[in-house]
Design a protein around this ligand. Sequence first.
Ligand SMILES: Cc1cc2nc3c(=O)[nH]c(=O)nc-3n(C[C@H](O)[C@H](O)[C@H](O)COP(=O)(O)OP(=O)(O)OC[C@H]3O[C@@H](n4cnc5c(N)ncnc54)[C@H](O)[C@@H]3O)c2cc1C
Length: 397
Amino acid sequence: MLDYTFSQDQEILRASVREFAQREIAPKIRQMIKERRIPESVFQGLARMKLLGMTIPEKYGGSGADAVMTGIVAEEIARADPTASIPVLFLVDNAWSYLVSKYGTEELKESVLPAVASGKSLMGIASTEPNFGSDIGSMTSYAEESGKNLIATGEKAFISLVRDIKERSGGFVTVLKTARDKGTRGVTLAYLPYDEKKFEVTYTEEMGREGSSWGSFRFSGIEIPKSNILGKLNGGFHIIHEGFEFARGLISVISAGAAIKALENGIEYMKSRKAFGMPIGKYQGLQFNLADHVARMEAARTMGYKALWTYDQEQKNGTFSRFEVSREIAIAKLISTTWAFDAINDALQWQGAYGYSKDCPEEWALRGIRSFQLAEGSREIMKLIIARESLGKEFIR
Ligand SMILES: Cc1cc2nc3c(=O)[nH]c(=O)nc-3n(C[C@H](O)[C@H](O)[C@H](O)COP(=O)(O)OP(=O)(O)OC[C@H]3O[C@@H](n4cnc5c(N)ncnc54)[C@H](O)[C@@H]3O)c2cc1C
């Protein structure tokens, strides 16, 4: 049975978040770009709307939102913030809080989740290192057992929200090697709270996402209670993909939301801008280009929600296998992030010299949305997943 409509609850959520995002986020983007940080009032608004940590169960103060509900909010935030800075905060915080809610010990959940759900703390993901990104099995950050603790030493790089977590408190779902010779079977996920005394932070300047923060942190001999482990010791490799898949699904609808807004801006410009005595929207050269994007937009947005829905079905009642979910999510992220970049680039082109200026939202969006062809799994890794599910894993090197 197919049903392509959103439920009444989903429509109500969308309408309230759209109203909030257009009123409290969209007018502050220029200020955010200038100050290179998310305005405090936006943080407060997101917390007041209970959108930070919304995937956390009600027992710990969240709303227990599923992936589709979270995707609806993500899309609306992306329509309001084309730089992708606030969408990144939203998606990382929610996807990785979900993983802690699902796999954390009761002790960890009680100590960490209420603060995340109220917006006082933030949740990040620290997987990438200076010498690896896609190839998780080759990481070097290491933790060894010592009584009730793990003692961890290493460095994580290109990590989103580093400054936000340092300033507001919170921590990272951190990927650590716990058995050196076991490849991906020697990988553990643990919640690592930000520690002012033990973290050495370095910031990295980004191409876009002006309100966001990005950087590296080193840690040496840091004690992590074993109760902070998600799932089992050496059992992190499988569960980390549930976090990545949630995040990738959200990125699909965020990319679609930002690009739909760019097309809307481009359409307005085409209707009003005249060249050679006519609105430029009357020229078939531009109409065909627009039509291609509208068609690809429908495919990208529909696939994004289908992927999130598939994720929910697997999480709630096991209707799909993990491999089926990986495939749907990889297709959605690949289609949406590549199309969104193309659509924003063409919407910028339709707006001529103004499009290339720093005043044009498509200039901000182009640089911010580009990040999603890498973050939370590159477009090549999405293709590897799709190929693996098409050919069989014996064809993947
Ligand atoms: C804006 C931004 C935010 C990020 N935020 C975070 C964060 O919060 N936390 C975090 O842990 N990481 C974060 N990352 C890092 C991101 O997850 C990595 O960039 C990504 O996983 C790719 O890893 P890499 O950059 O090390 O590239 P590599 O893995 O070294 O790959 C280099 C290139 O080779 C390609 N490649 C690799 N293997 C294959 C293969 N088998 N076949 C074909 N091509 C291949 C890749 O697709 C890429 O194009 C962020 C990255 C960006 C750009």
